[in-house]
Design a binder for this molecule. Structure first.
Ligand SMILES: [Fe+2]
Ligand SMILES: [Fe+2]
Length: 298
């Protein structure tokens, strides 16, 4: 078995972040100045919700999920059967699509099928390269794919709401209750504000999720000079989670364009997540290391 991930580009990833806000917290909603207000009819007509109701149904989301999944499979070299079933599930597909739209409206980075597929496949790869049973690898893929689905309800506590959405989906797929329980705990514990690394499935999801910081997550039109989260994501041109079972290390290898942001800015907003990654790696019996532009940190 190879001790390394297949290349992942854009690789592994982290959580999304609100522009100008602490990671994981929704930005404050400010009342627009009267002069900035549009008329209600235009506001409603132009809303993401109206566009979605007009132009997208669940079957379209299923097609989109499958297309993005193929791309993620090509990048990670990881094929996971259960993901195919989840990608074909209308409720799961619609909720991931809506989660991404809702977070986009709040100023967060990409949280759609790209992020879901990469986190699922990379979580699977992490356990696979450490020699885990196939069952655990597949559960990590399931949990990784659905870890952010709770954002369809609210950003706050989306790990908890997501767990119950995952429960419903997995019951419909007739997954056995003990396996469902492992997925629920991984989804429910992936956020640094309240999550704990309590087992290998959840640890793999944490590592895969928090490492997904990459310029492909920055929304089109975002002002990367004004917002540190967009700027840091935009600066990351390559992110790779290297698993070395023999050395018992998991290394996040980052390549940053230092003309766009700096390593200091990266840690300014992601320190808490890196600490969570270190704990997750320990759960897997590994040390967590970070390199930036080839230089080991810490
Ligand atoms: Fe995430
Ligand atoms: Fe999340």
């Amino acid at each position: 078995m190879s001790s390394e991930h297949p290349p992942v580009e854009p690789a592994v990833g982290g959580e999304g972040e609100a522009r100008g806000e602490s990671p994981g917290l929704a930005p404050p909603v400010e009342d627009p100045a009267p002069s900035a207000m549009t008329d209600p009819a235009s506001a409603i007509l132009d809303s993401a919700e109206a566009a979605l109701v007009r132009g997208v149904d669940a079957s379209a989301a299923v097609r989109e999920a499958a297309e993005v999944a193929l791309d993620a499979e090509r990048r990670t070299g990881s094929h996971v059967d259960i993901l195919t079933r989840l990608q074909q599930d209308e409720v799961v597909s619609a909720f991931i699509k809506l989660s991404d739209q809702f977070l986009g409206a709040q100023g967060f980075t990409e949280h759609g099928f790209r992020h879901a597929n990469l986190v699922g496949r990379i979580a699977n790869n992490v356990l696979r390269h450490l020699g885990a049973d196939e069952d655990l690898c597949e559960l990590a893929a399931i949990a990784g794919y659905m870890h952010d689905i709770g954002n369809v309800v609210t950003r706050a506590n989306h790990g908890l709401s997501g767990a119950w959405i995952a429960y419903d989906a997995l019951r419909r797929l007739e997954v056995d209750p003990y396996r469902i329980g492992l997925v629920l705990s991984a989804v429910g514990n992936h956020e640094e504000q309240y999550g704990s690394s309590i087992g290998p499935v959840g640890a793999a999801v944490i590592l895969a999720d928090k490492a997904d910081v990459h310029r492909s997550r920055v929304r089109k039109g975002a002002d990367t000079t004004a917002d540190i989260h967009d700027r840091v994501n935009d600066a990351v041109t390559h992110s790779f989670l290297r698993v070395d079972a023999d050395a018992a290390t998991i290394t996040l290898e980052l390549t940053l364009d230092t003309d766009r942001s700096t390593v200091i800015e990266y840690f300014e907003i992601f320190l808490e997540r890196m600490i969570m990654c270190r704990r997750a790696a320990r759960t897997l019996g590994c040390d967590f290391l970070i390199t930036a532009n080839g230089v080991p940190l810490g």
